[in-house]
Design a protein around this ligand. Structure first.
Ligand code: NDP
Length: 335
């Protein structure tokens, strides 16, 4: 079978593509330029000449953007969506997130008659709401807060709120489209909700400044750019990019995944936890920070990944593995 991966040039999209290829599936990745497509072709050449192909989709928001790309594929992994914190106008994130998602589904309805399953990459951003009491979130929870605050505040909402709103609105739109077309369509929907994703980078990155948002945050820590006070504070939860990619592939091949959301969290973290995880890695120049300084602290949020473990059979790398492989891959680029 052949699987379409949108955003194949991204941190996660490249790993989803590679994991599909490792399973023996063929991949068509969408990218915005020939350069990024050719980079991936080279990266995946060892899987066989004709196993990876790319399609140019310059603007995922454009009408019919995915009409050609969906033709002849058996499944779709929609990972393309902007993840950054520097959009003054929330529409710069919400537009591509929502219209890209609805657009690819429309193209499938029109031209994707072979498609049996669609997996959409959402986020824990679509799940959690700011709380004062420690809370463990699961797949029944929805972030109703971010879209409301962004509607009220517009440009004055925080960067995090704007990104979160883009993810909730895109996921809601995906479920609505699925419900509206369920009766007549040959495909079903699965949604993956990852927390912050870290691990080895294999995609093309032009410079350190262009490193994807989550990898950049981790590497800032390794460069010693955080105060001791910041290091020991709860941040969020994490997942290894290889595990999140595996979840996307399992979501395609597991019949029981149909119609479900899956959280893929390996656990909560502070930035100090990452420095502690790197302390025995044998890697040079890792700042010590405040060793053990955040062990046993209470995290205000956590995520229940029981469904991913039981239904998808997902397993998780340890933080030590994720941390070391991330840092090695970033340093290989000379940063
Ligand atoms: P990247 O920025 O590395 O990848 C994003 C991908 O989407 C790239 O291929 C990018 O193309 C493409 N893309 C972004 N905006 C557009 C646009 N307007 N038009 C066309 N293509 C676009 O980020 P990640 O790999 O981290 O993110 C992938 C997915 O995972 C996203 O849906 C994100 O929301 C989700 N996610 C990420 C988390 C993380 O911590 N990294 C956590 C939870 C969810 P190009 O290469 O050309 O820029």
């Amino acid at each position: 079978g052949k699987v379409l991966v949108s955003g194949a040039s991204g941190f996660l999209g490249a790993w989803v593509s590679r994991t599909l290829l490792e399973k023996g599936l063929s991949v068509r990745g969408t990218v915005r330029s020939d350069e990024k497509g050719e980079y991936l072709k080279k990266l995946f050449a060892s899987f066989g000449e004709d196993k990876f192909e790319y399609a140019i989709v310059k603007d995922i928001e454009a009408d019919g953007a995915f009409d050609e790309a969906v033709k002849g594929v058996d499944a779709v992994e929609h990972t393309a969506s902007p993840f950054h914190y520097n959009a003054p106008d929330p529409q710069a994130l919400i537009g591509p997130a929502v219209n890209g998602t609805v657009g690819i589904l429309k193209s499938i309805v029109k031209y994707g008659s072979d498609v049996k399953r669609v997996v959409v990459t959402s986020s824990i951003a679509s799940i959690m709401v700011p709380v004062t009491e420690p809370t463990i979130w699961n797949e029944n929870d929805w972030n109703t807060f971010a879209p409301k605050i962004v509607e009220e505040k517009g440009k004055d909402a925080t960067p995090g709120q704007k990104y979160q709103a883009s993810k909730v609105l895109a996921e809601k739109a995906a479920w609505k489209f699925y419900e509206d077309h369920k009766a007549t369509s040959s495909w079903d929907l699965v949604v993956i909700c990852p927390p912050f994703i870290f691990g080895p980078i294999i995609h093309e990155v032009s410079s350190y400044e262009h490193l994807n948002t989550s990898s950049h945050q981790l590497y800032q820590t390794v460069k010693g750019e955080r105060s001791n006070e910041e290091l020991v504070k709860p941040v969020s939860s994490f997942g290894d990019v290889r595990d999140v990619a595996a979840a996307h592939v399992l979501a395609i091949i597991t019949p029981e995944a149909s119609g479900r959301r899956f959280i893929t969290s390996a656990g909560p973290y502070t930035w100090q936890d990452w420095l502690d995880a790197l302390a025995d890695s044998g890697l040079p120049d890792i700042p010590k920070g405040v060793p053990g300084g955040s062990k046993g602290i209470t995290h205000p949020t956590g995520y229940d990944s029981t469904l991913a473990k039981t239904i998808l059979g997902l397993k998780f790398h340890t933080m030590e593995e994720t941390a070391k492989d991330a840092v090695v891959s970033i340093r290989e680029r000379g940063w």
